[in-house]
Design a protein around this ligand. Structure first.
Ligand SMILES: Cc1ncc(COP(=O)(O)O)c(C=O)c1O
Length: 400
C-alpha cells in the first residue's frame, strides 16, 4: 500500500518555484544569472505598516484571534470593497486567511465534490488547476490566445461550461499575462454566466491596484450585480502593499459560503497571524499614495520590457494593462536552433537554453497552459531588466 495519498499524485510542484530554485542554484555556482521569475514586488513594505505591526506586538496583540479575522480587519475590508468597488458587504460576508492562496483553496475545498468542474481561463496562475485537483474537482481549461491579448472570449467561456461546472475562476489583471479586462469585456463574460445560473464566479482581484495607462479596474459583482449572490470576490495585501511575506488575503461573498470556509479554516490553520492582521488594518485604512508611486515605476519597467522584447526576432509581446508580468509569444522562434546548439522545440526548451546560454531565468508558457510563450516578471531593477532583455535579444539573434 502506498504511504502517500492518491490525491497527491494528481498534482505537481509549482513550476515557478522550480525556476526560481534553478536560478538560485546557478547563482550559487558563481554563474551570472538574472532572475525574471519573481512573483512579488521588489519594493519594501511601507513604514507605516511595519510600525503598526511593531505596535501590535508591543500592545500584546499576539494571541489567537477570531478564526477568520479580527473584527477591525473585517470592518476595514468592508470599507475597502465599498470605496474601491462600490460593493456592499457585511463583516459576516468576509473571511480573512493566510494569503489569498488559502482563501481560494478554502473556497474550493468547501464546495467541490468528485467530478465537479472548474473553468480556468488559460494562461492561468499555476496554482489554480492543482488547487482544484487537490480539492477533488476537475479543472477545465478555456484557452485564450495572443490574438485576443490573452483575454477569454465569451464563446470560449460558453464552450467550456457543462452541467458539471461549479465555478469560473476569473483573474484580472492576470498572472501570468498582465491582461486586464475592461468593463465591456467583463460584461460580455458575465452575460454568458447569467445564462448559467448554477455556475459561481471566483474573482481573483489580487492585482487590482497594479494597473497602468489610466486603465480602470472592475470586478464581476460590480459589473453585473445580478451575479452578486454567486460571486466570491478575493483580494489581499500581498501585491499592492508589498506584503507577500505577511500572508494576509481575504474574500467576500455569500454568508453560507463564508461560514463553510470558516469551518475548514477552524480545523486546519485557525486564524492568520495576529500581527499581520493588524498590519493589514493599517495597509487598508492608512495612506494609499505609495501605490501610485510604485505603479509609476512598474509602468516604466513594463514599457521598457515590452519595447525591448518586441525588438527580438521571433517574439511578439502584447502591452498588458496591469500586474508586473508580460507574456511574449515566441511562435517565431520554435523549430530553430540556438547558438549553443539547443533545438528550440517548445517553450520549455527555449527557457532552458536561455538560462544555460545567456543566464536569464524566465518561466516557460506551458507552465501556465498556453504555448509557445514565456512569462517575464518585471518586479526587478531597470538595470537588470535592460541587461536581461539585451541578452534575450542576443539569444534570439543567434537562433538559426
Ligand atoms: C493571481 C494570484 N492570485 C493569488 C495569489 C496569492 O497571493 P497571496 O497568497 O500572497 O495573497 C497570487 C500570488 O502570486 C497570484 O499571482
Amino acid at each position: 500500500m502506498a504511504f502517500l495519498s492518491d490525491t497527491l499524485t494528481r498534482v505537481k510542484p509549482s513550476p515557478t518555484i522550480a525556476v526560481t530554485t534553478k536560478a538560485a542554484e546557478l547563482k550559487a555556482e558563481g554563474r551570472d544569472v538574472i532572475g525574471l521569475g519573481a512573483g512579488e514586488p521588489d519594493f519594501d513594505t511601507p513604514q507605516n505598516i511595519k510600525d503598526a505591526a511593531k505596535a501590535a506586538i508591543d500592545a500584546g496583540k499576539t494571541k489567537y484571534t477570531a478564526v477568520d479575522g479580527l473584527a477591525e480587519l473585517k470592518a476595514a475590508i468592508c470599507d475597502k470593497f465599498k470605496r474601491d468597488n462600490g460593493l456592499d458587504y457585511t463583516p459576516a460576508q468576509v473571511t480573512v486567511g493566510t494569503g489569498g492562496k488559502q482563501v481560494l483553496y478554502n473556497a474550493l475545498v468547501a464546495t467541490l465534490n468528485a467530478g465537479d468542474e472548474v473553468v480556468i481561463p488559460a494562461p492561468y496562475w499555476v496554482s489554480y488547476p492543482d488547487m482544484v485537483l487537490l480539492a477533488g474537482g476537475e479543472p477545465v481549461i478555456a484557452e485564450a490566445t495572443a490574438d485576443t491579448a490573452y483575454k477569454l472570449t465569451p464563446d470560449a467561456l460558453e464552450a467550456a461550461i457543462t452541467p458539471k461546472t461549479k465555478w469560473l475562476i476569473f483573474n484580472s489583471p492576470s498572472n501570468p499575462t498582465g491582461a486586464g479586462y475592461t468593463w465591456d469585456e467583463l460584461k460580455a463574460l458575465t452575460d454568458v454566466l447569467l445564462r448559467h445560473p448554477n455556475v459561481w464566479i471566483m474573482s481573483d482581484d489580487m492585482y487590482e491596484h497594479l494597473v497602468y495607462d489610466d486603465f480602470e479596474f472592475c470586478t464581476p459583482a460590480q459589473v453585473e450585480p445580478a451575479l452578486y449572490d454567486r460571486t466570491l470576490t478575493v483580494n489581499g495585501v500581498s501585491k499592492a502593499y508589498a506584503m507577500t511575506g505577511w500572508r494576509i488575503g481575504y474574500a467576500a461573498g455569500p454568508k453560507d459560503l463564508i461560514g463553510a470556509m470558516r469551518k475548514i479554516q477552524s480545523q486546519s490553520t485557525s486564524n492568520p497571524c495576529s500581527i499581520s492582521q493588524w498590519a493589514a488594518v493599517e495597509a487598508l485604512t492608512g495612506p494609499q499614495d505609495y501605490i501610485a508611486a510604485n505603479n509609476k515605476t512598474f509602468q516604466r519597467r513594463r514599457d521598457l520590457v515590452v519595447e525591448m522584447l518586441n525588438a527580438c526576432d521571433g517574439i511578439t509581446c502584447p502591452v498588458p494593462e496591469g500586474a508586473f508580468y508580460v507574456y511574449p509569444s515566441i511562435a517565431g522562434c520554435i523549430g530553430k536552433t540556438s547558438a549553443g546548439g539547443a533545438a528550440i522545440t517548445d517553450d520549455e526548451a527555449f527557457a532552458t537554453a536561455l538560462l544555460e546560454e545567456k543566464g536569464v531565468a524566465v518561466v516557460f508558457g506551458a507552465a501556465f497552459g498556453t504555448s509557445p510563450a514565456f512569462r517575464v516578471s518585471y518586479a526587478t531593477s531597470d538595470d537588470a531588466l535592460r541587461e536581461a532583455c539585451t541578452r534575450i535579444q542576443d539569444f534570439c539573434a543567434g537562433l538559426r
